[in-house]
Design a protein around this ligand. Structure first.
Ligand code: ATP
Ligand code: MG
Length: 227
């Protein structure tokens, strides 16, 4: 059996949303299985776009994206769905479902996987307590603060123990205590083998973990391995 070290590869990727402006101009990256990465760059440089390309929720204008050596373009729809289920995405704008409570939002990935609530209820409650949300388990997202919504979005992304976690500014709205807890959560998951990619402006976060930084500058990327 072939053992892959490369989990996701971007090969000579170009992207533009409109003909007037390129976002990426020939970038290549290798995301290793079990790795921990940061993505940085100024506002509007393309951090969210890069996360979308990595998760295959956005098709590049040109170039290839490979998952375990296979071109995403060649992967059949049902297999693509299986791959996407292995990715936990923390959206910059949270995207909690307004008609579901915090508990129901966080449990949603497990419900989608047809898991039995009696097997996961305790885990969901424990995770919500870890991210300091026990007081709003039964509240709807509109009644939560920005930081509370962000922590709920993180809990939802990690609850099903995905193979990859892509987190877009996951500490943008939370205080220092919660930011440290979130980082600890990601580190613990990384120790268990989860690949973590975090887009952030947060200098403190960048200084706390000595992980490679993928910096976006002028439609290109620069990788600082910090070793
Ligand atoms: N769906 C879209 N259609 C057209 N342009 C878009 C779209 N999404 C993003 N853009 C543009 O692409 C550029 C990169 O956007 P992106 O959201 O990736 O930046 P970012 O680095 O995540 O910024 P921020 O730090 O503010 O979150 C921006 O100029 C943005 O206006
Ligand atoms: Mg963004």
């Amino acid at each position: 059996m072939k053992i892959y070290n490369s989990l996701i590869k971007l090969e000579n990727v170009y992207h533009r949303y409109s003909i007037t402006r390129d976002i990426f101009n020939d970038i290549s990256i290798d995301i290793n299985e079990g790795g921990f990465y940061f993505i940085t760059g100024s506002s509007g440089s393309g951090k969210t776009t890069l996360l979308k390309l990595i998760s295959s929720s956005l098709k590049p204008s040109k170039g290839n994206i490979l998952f375990l050596g296979q071109k995403m373009n060649d992967i059949q729809k049902k297999d693509l769905y299986k791959i996407k289920r292995q990715i936990g995405f923390v959206f910059q704008d949270f995207r909690l479902l307004p008609h579901l409570t915090t508990y129901e939002n966080v449990a949603l990935p497990l419900r989608i996987q047809n898991k039995n609530e009696k097997d996961y209820k305790k885990d969901v409650v424990e995770l919500l307590s870890w991210v300091n949300l026990e007081h709003c388990i039964h509240s709807y997202p509109n009644y939560l603060s920005g930081g509370e919504q962000q922590r709920a979005a993180i809990a939802r992304a990690v609850i099903s123990s995905p193979k990859i976690i892509l987190a877009d500014e996951p500490t943008g709205n939370v205080d220092q205590t919660n930011s440290s807890k979130i980082l600890t959560l990601f580190q613990e998951m990384n120790k268990l083998g989860t690949t973590i990619i975090i887009a952030t402006h947060d200098e403190k976060l960048l200084s706390e973990i000595n992980a490679p930084i993928i910096e976006i500058i002028d439609q290109k990327i620069n990788i600082n391995n910090r070793k």
